[in-house]
Write a protein that binds this ligand. Structure first.
Ligand code: PXP
Length: 240
């Protein structure tokens, strides 16, 4: 069974645009799970532009809801994450001026820091993941750092497919990395920029066990409703 993780950050983006309470990300988290998502993802950014500490705390307290908390390596964020105790963490790079997470982690440069963070979460029995570019070197480093999972950044592939360009090299890169990670007993996830078509293309890679999808899914729900959109993604992942 391939799992669907739904990123609900942009429910909070919409709420924050008004500075009031609606739409409520806590309600979204419960609702998304009820209608078929396997887990929810939230990114507690250093600038708190969408999900805030109170949201993260409340969402992690929801019973029977696997929560994947995306965090940077900033020590203050790590501290909050250890306190709210999500089911999973995914370490991502963060650049204050970026609109969204632009690429994978620089594992070579930050290996010491990341290894220490991974061991802190492992002590708490929290599953760890690293958001990386599809690079064989980064898969090998992820293994050395002791990460349980890697999430492969699919932004480049998504952009190539959306602009109707040749995407075979990028797809092969992702496939090669997924096979290597699987051989090294690292669970493979995929995320960033995914829509129906890109998810369908990637779902053929049988080593990918989890897809984390946000912006397109929430955007498409404006037209067709969360329930229908989640159902469509689940169908794609079921068919493979
Ligand atoms: N996975 C990770 C690690 C991310 O940082 C993001 C973006 O926040 C996503 C998945 C979801 O990407 P998108 O919103 O483009 O679907």
């Amino acid at each position: 069974m391939i799992r669907l993780g739904v990123n609900i950050d942009h429910v909070a983006t919409l709420r924050n645009a008004r500075g009031e309470l609606h739409p409520d990300p806590i309600k979204a988290a419960k609702f998304v799970k009820k209608i078929g998502a396997d887990s929810i993802t939230i990114h507690l950014r250093e600038d708190r532009r969408h999900i805030n500490d109170k949201d993260a705390k409340k969402i992690c307290q929801i019973k029977n809801l696997p929560v994947n908390l995306e965090i940077s390596t900033n020590y203050r964020i790590v501290k909050v994450a250890l306190k709210v105790k999500p089911s999973f963490i995914c370490i991502v790079p963060e650049n204050r001026k970026e609109i969204t997470t632009e690429g994978g982690l620089n594992l070579k440069k930050n290996s010491f820091k990341i290894k220490k963070i991974i061991s802190k979460f492992k002590k708490e029995n929290i599953r760890t993941s690293l958001f990386i570019n599809p690079s064989v070197d980064d898969i090998k480093i992820s293994k050395k750092l002791g990460s349980d999972c890697v999430e492969i950044h699919t932004g480049k592939l998504s952009n190539l497919i959306k602009s109707k360009k040749d995407y075979s090299n990028e797809l092969n890169r992702i496939k090669k990395c997924s096979i290597l990670a699987d051989n090294l007993s690292i669970e493979v996830h995929a995320g960033h920029g995914l829509d129906y078509k890109t998810t369908k293309v990637l779902s053929k890679i049988k080593q990918i066990k989890e897809f984390n999808i946000g912006h397109y899914l929430i955007g498409e729900s404006i037209f067709y409703g969360l329930k229908n959109v989640i159902k469509n993604f689940k169908e794609i992942l079921k068919k493979k």
